[in-house]
Design a protein around this ligand. Structure first.
Ligand code: CP
Ligand code: NVA
Length: 298
């Protein structure tokens, strides 16, 4: 495993299996076994964007591993008033044992990680959300017993979002069949897919649903893109995940969503609230997976 987790590129298949094993152990032992992997360690959680799951699961995770979590609002830090990322990285490396950061720029967190002598975990940028996708892969493993070419995932909506980009990298890592279904004007990031034969783009939402094991969607308006809301509502409207799509999928197909969800936009209320929806298992797995990642990196 690399020093930092900035994208899924930072882990290999063995690392992924190790994260699954440790996360599963943490899940089974939760409330029964005391773990002190982060005892005496202070972890900074820097947030420039809103969060419910990521903030709470990281804070609870640090607490459960015996460490101390410091929530840092990026807007209240000097980096927002012109201090350089490099100076911030140097200073925080003198105090902390690890940094978890949610912000806008991927290049910014790469600069932070390059200068920092402590590990940095990406808790979402405009481009990637690796912790989310590793938790999603664990959820798939729990339901299907495998994460490989025998699994077909269809992602609907913003094919260039941080979630879509990270799913593409996850497909490259694991060999899962990934279909990105989005409008022609959006497509997917072909440079990230790099021509991998198991990753395809399909404009037709019905065709994309054929043989699917997991439907996955994300908000149509990601944080930082609010001014494009009207346009996005229009172009993504045909890509709502609704019960009609399930008619073309495998009989036991399930529904994944990183959350927060907007019922009536990217997902219909009936799908979101159906027995096919495993979104809360998925959200729970954020905690177990991040505890595993933190105890490996910090
Ligand atoms: N899925 C996710 O990262 O949720 P939050 O934005 O609530 O952290
Ligand atoms: N694509 C969404 C994910 C939220 C967890 C966003 O960036 O807002």
């Amino acid at each position: 495993m690399n020093k930092d987790l900035l994208t899924i590129r930072d882990i290999n298949r063995d690392d992924l299996e190790n994260i699954f094993d440790l996360a599963t152990k943490f899940k089974q032992e939760r409330g029964k076994v005391v773990n002190t992997a982060l005892a005496g360690k202070s972890i900074g959680l820097i947030f420039a964007k809103s969060s419910t799951r990521t903030r709470v699961s990281f804070e609870v995770g640090v607490n459960e591993l015996g460490g101390t979590a410091l929530y840092l609002d990026q807007g209240k830090m000097q980096v927002g008033r012109g201090e350089t990322i490099a100076d911030t990285a140097n200073v925080l490396s003198r105090y902390l044992h690890g940094i978890v950061i949610r912000t806008y720029s991927q290049a910014g967190i790469e600069e932070l990680a390059r200068v920092a002598t402590i590990p940095v975990i990406n808790a979402l940028t405009d481009d990637y959300h690796p912790c989310q996708i590793i938790a999603d892969l664990l959820t798939i493993k729990e339901y299907s017993g495998r994460v490989d070419s025998g699994i077909r995932v269809a992602f609907y909506g913003d094919g260039k979002s941080n979630i879509a980009n990270s799913l593409v990298l996850a497909a490259k890592l694991t060999g899962i069949e990934l279909v990105i279904s989005s409008p022609e004007s959006v497509g997917m990031n072909a440079d990230i897919a790099g021509g991998a034969p198991n990753i395809i783009w399909e404009k037709d939402p019905v065709k994309a649903a054929e043989g699917v094991d997991y439907f996955y969607t994300d908000v149509w308006v990601s944080m930082g893109f609010e001014e494009e809301r009207a346009e996005r509502m229009k172009i993504f409207a045909p890509y709502q995940v609704n019960s009609k799509l399930f008619e073309y999928a495998r009989p036991d197909a399930k529904f994944l969503h990183c959350l927060p969800a907007h019922r009536g936009e990217e997902v219909s209320a009936d799908v979101m609230d159906s027995a096919r929806s495993i979104v809360f298992d998925e959200a729970e797995n954020r905690l177990h997976v991040q505890k595993a990642i933190m105890s490996m990196l910090f």
